[in-house]
Design a protein around this ligand. Structure first.
Ligand code: 13P
Ligand code: SF4
Length: 305
């Protein structure tokens, strides 16, 4: 796209944002151009908090479906728009309410912690939500020893490693983007850059997490870079994070653990889609009232931990 066309689109978006009292929330895995119009860019926890607190009339969610759905649950009176309706999350779709009920039936009485990367109906069937930023604290906050964790077995295994006194039973879901990162790729890069700090997202395979100097959510990784005295980092998470780190810390060196760590669903949204979404107010996300009310309890419990 020619730079003048891009500036024109950005100007139109900014005008419409004021006119319609809209706010644009973007996940760090989005195309970096979205940052030019976003009011907030962050990880799932930060985005949930923003969605709960904003006084805008319209929320445009530059992210995937479950994020827009979560925003709608938190702000039922606001119009929540997802510019590209096909932006799903493969992990969230790995469990539905019926499968969760069957899972719970195998372990009567055990509470369910549900990763926010899940559908509204799965949140409604769960006791409390978590994100990758607060999963350990959320599980630790529960008095029970035995806990069911859905849908991400990667994050669940990481939480279990941090809380040896808990018995965490994980569902079999996973994030294909993070699971594509192989430990050999990190070992190879570490041999080339022995001084580099290895920063890993907890959705990764345990063998990758075991190579980490630091494990944390998207925002956790960004914060670690800010605070660390190291000048070279091997980053094991989605490519969007490294692009933002390169932009914000040009004096430091960042090496992407795997070129395959790209979430295709996060990349559908372009500036043109945001503009169209604001112009036409599409695609509006709705959640069944009874499901939304139950899911809100799980999300609110998390936000109060
Ligand atoms: P966080 O935003 O919690 O780091 O999760 C990463 C992710 O996969 C979002 O879909
Ligand atoms: Fe879902 Fe993984 Fe993509 Fe996040 S990175 S939206 S968990 S598939």
């Amino acid at each position: 796209m020619a730079i003048t066309d891009k500036i024109d689109i950005i100007n139109k978006i900014n005008r419409l944002k004021i006119e319609k009292k809209a706010v644009i929330l973007a996940h760090c895995y989005q195309n970096i151009e979205i940052d030019e119009v976003a009011d907030f860019v962050g990880d799932s926890l930060g985005l949930s908090r923003q969605a709960a607190e904003t006084d805008a009339t319209i929320i445009v969610f530059a992210g995937v479906y479950f994020m827009a759905e979560t925003a709608k649950i938190l702000s039922p009176d606001k119009k929540v728009l997802l510019p590209r309706l096909e932006s799903g999350c493969l992990m969230a779709d790995m469990i539905n309410a019926e499968e969760l009920r069957a899972f719970k039936a195998q372990y009567p009485g055990a509470p369910v912690v549900c990763y926010v990367n899940s559908t509204a109906e799965v949140k409604a069937e769960s006791d409390i939500c978590c994100t990758s930023a607060n999963a350990v604290q959320v599980v630790e906050s529960l008095p029970d020893k035995r806990i069911l964790f859905v849908p991400d077995r990667g994050l669940g295994a990481y939480v279990a490693s941090q809380l040896p006194d808990k018995e965490i039973i994980c569902f079999s879901g996973y994030c294909p983007t993070h699971m594509r990162i192989r430990p050999e790729e990190i070992i190879e890069k570490k041999e080339k850059f022995p001084e580099a700090e290895v920063l890993v997202h907890p959705e990764c395979h345990t063998a990758v997490i075991n190579l980490a100097d630091f494990t944390g959510s998207t925002t956790g990784i960004i914060k670690r870079v800010k605070e660390s005295s190291a000048d070279t980092f091997i980053i094991a998470t989605e490519k969007g994070v490294i692009e933002r780190l390169q932009r914000d810390y040009p004096e430091k060196m960042f090496i992407l653990a795997s070129e395959k760590a790209i979430c295709e669903n996060m990349k559908w949204t372009r500036l043109e889609d945001i503009l169209l979404s604001l112009e036409t107010e599409q695609f509006e996300i709705s959640v069944d009232k009874a499901i939304a009310e139950k899911a809100l309890i799980s999300i609110d419990r998390m936000l109060n931990v």
